[in-house]
Design a protein around this ligand. Structure first.
Ligand SMILES: C[S@@+](CC[C@H](N)C(=O)[O-])C[C@H]1O[C@@H](n2cnc3c(N)ncnc32)[C@H](O)[C@@H]1O
Length: 254
């Protein structure tokens, strides 16, 4: 879904994963895992990768697709806030793309994950984070679809008392990282390119949660209204292939 093309150079600048032990935070469907595999193939790097997610539903397809791309691939179901199966000072590079705001569904869990990244990194080890900008800075004509989509997804989550993403402003993230001891922090904002089909599928999934639990809200008009809003947005963008979203990358060292 996220393409990380416009900021690709900044993300990978000066980074080698040759003979490195890399930790990926938030495997999901393997979007970033694919990118890391492409880079290792391009450069002939010999890389060991541990990729962690609380949700292991894509692990077997990723294992089939990328099992031979790394010297070692360890897909691990775990909470990034508790990496007790990784010793301190053992990881060379942590890559965590579009995951911290998801970890942050529970207040302070994102900070726990950052604390774990710091603990497992070797001194001088690198941390690379890519994140979405918070919604209140998204409300702009440049990001019309993204802002409407986020507003609907979050409203449905709040109505249904479901946990939802909490994006972190880059300045706040930088301050927490400094508090935890990270140094040489460098960040850049960029326009992310989003695959419209996948983003719309996710929106449709949220609609299904409304339809399935239609009695939850005890008000059919509210449910119907949100279903209509979601369908209208899906229709509005059904011919779009891609759209933009505001994002940022933060790089730091232990
Ligand atoms: C948007 S997806 C990641 C996208 C992917 N990294 C990419 O580059 O496109 C966010 C992932 O974070 C995972 N996640 C959420 N909370 C987590 C936690 N506490 N520990 C580990 N993974 C978590 C979710 O299961 C989900 O797969």
């Amino acid at each position: 879904m996220y393409k990380i093309t416009t900021a690709e150079k900044f993300l990978w600048d000066g980074l080698t994963l040759d003979n490195k032990l890399v930790l990926e935070g938030g495997t999901s469907w393997g979007n970033t895992t694919d990118i890391i595999a492409q880079k290792t193939a391009e450069h002939g790097w010999k890389t060991r990768l541990i990729s962690v997610d609380v949700d292991d539903s894509h692990f077997s397809e990723i294992e089939k697709r990328l099992g031979t791309s790394f010297v070692e691939l360890n897909l691990r179901k775990a909470d990034l806030g508790n990496l007790d199966f990784i010793n301190e000072n053992t990881i060379d590079v942590v890559i965590c793309n579009y995951t911290l705001s998801s970890v942050n569904q529970f207040p302070f869990r994102g900070v726990k994950a950052l604390k774990e990244f710091y603990r497992v990194l070797k001194p001088g080890g690198k941390l690379l984070i890519t994140e979405e900008m918070p919604i209140w800075s998204v409300d702009s004509k440049d990001y019309e679809y993204w802002s409407k989509r986020l507003r609907i997804i979050k409203s449905i989550s709040v109505l249904k008392a479901m946990a939802h993403f909490n994006e972190i402003h880059p300045q706040d993230l930088e301050e927490v990282m400094i508090t935890l001891g990270f140094k040489n922090i460098n960040r850049r904002e960029f326009k992310e390119v989003i695959d419209a089909e996948m983003a719309t599928k996710f929106l449709d999934k949220r609609k299904q949660t409304l339809i399935k639990g239609q009695d939850d809200l005890q008000n059919q008009q509210v449910t119907k209204g949100f279903v209509e809003l979601t369908e209208k947005l899906v229709k509005e963008f059904e011919n779009a292939k891609e759209f933009s979203a505001p994002a940022y990358i933060i790089k730091a060292e232990k």
